[in-house]
Design a protein around this ligand. Structure first.
Ligand code: FAD
Length: 395
């Protein structure tokens, strides 16, 4: 027997779950499947220890679909982006304050485990959204009027639109014959959380010393102590060595690598390592299919661009679906989606990739060039403001 849905979403990562809420909230009949069960507690084995800085446009979208009020009290505002050059004997600090361009902070940082919990409770409140963890999509066939999706339990679902949110190795994208160009930087990002002696004062601090950036992103206090999430990028061999250290030796290393900007750091979670790649799909659609989030694009975790870009994909797809619901998933709608989103993603993949190359370059010349560039950006107000808007995606 074949069941019918308006939309099937393959993948219940954060992007897939946001899409399920967004389309469900707009009244579409949605099925979302994922082979894994989302982990909503950072102390559980297998938890995704990353946090996400939701920039202003992404936060506004989450507010509009009713998710933000559910996690707001677990978010920490990011008012200032501080860049610290710790290469020489003296620390050189440049602050970029959101107040320069806006009444609101740049963004708000939320643990991925907390966001998953908020999204799942919103899905429970939507009777037209069916989320089935433990199931995957195993095959698809399409014709101009529908997609047919086979699930791992053997059921076949017919839908108007199949949204592939099945991650960077998207099986759906590959089966559709869509190529994705990948650059592997040979780096890993180590992700964990710490407490520290000094308060972070809503400042996100990126410390440059050697290898890639070491970034402390504010979190709400943990057991009465100031706390931050850390993303530490470096070549894979260096990160693997740090991952293997016992906790007390690790605390010494991270305090030194942070140049002591928040005093001694104490690890409070496990450590997870993430490969750093850039990737862009040649097309963001195929017959009756839209590729979103990491199924369409991947950028290194610099400047909080990845998931924010994905929220933009979902917002545009939703606007198109709401504008002409009868055309859901047809070629005209999907072409418009591709034309709106691929150029934006392409510019982010190029821009963030270049920033990553610049920030990991070691040696006196490279660090001098970096310091001069940063100084110019910081000193020239229109350039500073333009770059802050660009990073936020508000211009
Ligand atoms: C260290 C780090 C820090 C980051 N910080 C930020 C930040 O501050 N701001 C920001 O905007 N971005 C950030 N990002 C990027 C962000 O984390 C990613 O963009 C995001 O997690 C990717 O989500 P996704 O849903 O696209 O993919 P995934 O999380 O990979 O989800 C894909 C899902 O698809 C499922 N799946 C796979 N195959 C199938 C199948 N056949 N059927 C059904 N389901 C399937 C998988 O089980 C998985 O759950 C960061 C990334 C890293 C590495």
């Amino acid at each position: 027997m074949i069941d019918h849905k308006d939309i099937v979403i393959s993948g219940g990562g954060i992007a897939g779950l946001v899409a399920a809420v967004a389309f469900g909230d707009a009244g579409f009949d949605v099925l979302c499947v994922d082979p894994t069960v989302p982990i909503t507690n950072r102390d559980m084995v297998g938890a995704d220890l990353r946090t996400t800085a939701y920039l202003q446009p992404g936060q506004a979208f989450l507010q509009a679909i009713g998710v933000w009020p559910l996690i707001e009290d677990r978010s920490a505002p990011l008012q200032v982006m501080r860049i610290v050059d710790a290469v020489g004997p003296d620390l050189v600090t440049k602050d970029f304050d959101a107040a320069d361009i806006s009444d609101a902070p740049f963004g708000w940082n939320v643990g991925n485990w907390d966001m998953r919990e908020g999204l799942l409770s919103q899905i429970t409140a939507l009777p037209n959204v069916d989320f089935k963890p433990g199931l995957s999509t195993t095959a698809t066939s399409t014709r101009s009027t529908e997609a047919r999706v086979t699930l791992s339990n053997g059921r076949v679902i017919s839908c108007k639109l199949l949204i592939a949110a099945d991650g960077r190795d998207s099986a759906i994208r590959k089966a559709a014959g869509i190529i994705a160009k990948r650059s592997d930087f040979g780096q890993l990002a180590l992700s964990f959380a710490v407490t520290h002696a000094m308060t972070h004062d809503d400042i996100s601090t990126e410390v440059h010393k050697s290898g890639g950036p070491f970034t402390l992103v504010p979190l709400p206090d943990f057991e009465g102590k100031p706390s931050s999430a850390v993303v530490w990028m470096d070549m894979a061999i260096a990160i693997r060595a740090m991952q293997a250290l016992p906790n007390d030796a690790f605390d010494v290393e991270i305090t030194a690598r942070s140049a002591g900007v928040l005093g001694p750091l104490t690890l409070i979670t496990a450590r997870t390592a993430w490969p750093i790649i850039s990737q862009l799909a040649s097309s963001f659609y195929s017959e009756r299919m839209a590729f979103i989030a990491e199924a369409a694009h991947v950028v290194p975790p610099i400047g909080a661009q990845g998931l924010n870009l994905s929220l933009g994909d979902i917002e545009v797809l939703l606007e198109l679906a709401k504008a002409t619901p009868k055309s859901l998933g047809d070629v005209t709608m999907l072409k418009k989606y591709h034309q709106a989103r691929r150029p934006v993603a392409q510019s982010r993949v190029i821009g963030v990739g270049a920033l990553n190359r610049a920030s990991r370059a070691d040696g006196a010349l490279a660090s001098q060039a970096r310091a001069l560039g940063l100084d110019a950006i910081h000193r020239i107000a229109p350039l500073r403001h333009a770059l802050m808007h660009l990073g936020l995606g508000t211009r």
